[in-house]
Design a protein around this ligand. Sequence first.
Ligand SMILES: NC(=O)c1ccc[n+]([C@@H]2O[C@H](COP(=O)([O-])OP(=O)(O)OC[C@H]3O[C@@H](n4cnc5c(N)ncnc54)[C@H](OP(=O)(O)O)[C@@H]3O)[C@@H](O)[C@H]2O)c1
Length: 332
Amino acid sequence: MEFRHLGRSGLMVSEISYGNWITHGSQVEEDAAHACVRAALDEGITTFDTADVYAGTKAEEVLGRALKGVRRESLEIFTKVYWPTGPGHNDRGLSRKHIMESINGSLRRLGTDYVDLYQAHRFDVETPLEETLRAFDDLVRQGKVLYVGVSEWSADQISQALKIAESMGFDRIVSNQPQYSMLWRVIEAEVVPLSEREGLGQIVWSPIAQGVLTGKYLPGQPPPAGSRATDTTGSRFIDNLMADEVLRRVQELKPVAADHGLTMAQLAVAWVLQNPNVSSAIVGATRPEQVRDNVKAAGVKLDVDTMRKIDEILAPVVERDPAKTVSPASRP
Ligand SMILES: NC(=O)c1ccc[n+]([C@@H]2O[C@H](COP(=O)([O-])OP(=O)(O)OC[C@H]3O[C@@H](n4cnc5c(N)ncnc54)[C@H](OP(=O)(O)O)[C@@H]3O)[C@@H](O)[C@H]2O)c1
């Protein structure tokens, strides 16, 4: 495994991290979840990403149990707050009340006294930004949270937050967690340039486009049994990546991967890691073999010709519009 700084902060993270959205507490059984975490640890992954909302809070519990007994100082544990965790109007968003209540639930479920990174899972249009940032800053001072970050915030929202933190002396955001893959490049135009200037690192999600970039989904064919596209929850999220034209072009990447002695999943993960503003690529997995496959992307260098070839193959199906970085117009 290789390690990178989280943005300009002193914190180091494994360049490939493991996340448990869709899987833990939902798509996969507890034994398989533990086996994936064990494989991640064996392969040198030290950074684990979850959220209060995953599997209706069950994912944090599964991860907490799977990491039990591992030396806490050897891990970086990330979680998030924003999406609903209960039926009440205050069980969501980024108000001081929900942030303070949610972190306590996350720490209890994860079985830890602190998280290394606490992320605002979206921008909350119904809470003054200053209230959110002050609450985050208080958590840092209480020692419950070591660093703060955001997820899927636009360049403008990140910029506003940095200005408020600067003028109020609050702890500064060190990271953003956006969707980023060969197929989804919406951060490149605005978020990445701002982050490079301001010292934020990207911790990118769905680098394999939820499995689509493995090439296992074939155009015009039913999805393979047991894959995310067949899962009740998972299929809701992967569907917009499953157009036949996308799947057809993804098949054309197979010789590119083979030429480099890489699997398709490794090529996809290695591709996001070529961007120096990416601190870590969070991979998901339903089986330990997938983790062992994906981690081999660490440290892989892709030359300019290979990057150009990938661009040529995928050009018509790549999403680049920065306006696609959106948070809900009102609290969910
Ligand atoms: N901040 C946010 O809003 C946000 C949103 C989404 C995700 N995330 C984070 O990002 C993490 C990763 O997201 P993701 O799970 O969508 O990432 P991903 O790595 O793009 O996709 C993971 C899925 O692809 C399939 N897969 C992975 N490796 C494979 C391999 N080598 N061969 C064949 N299939 C393979 C598996 O699904 P099947 O076996 O079921 O096909 C696996 O669960 C999440 O766990 C979460 O921590 C954050």
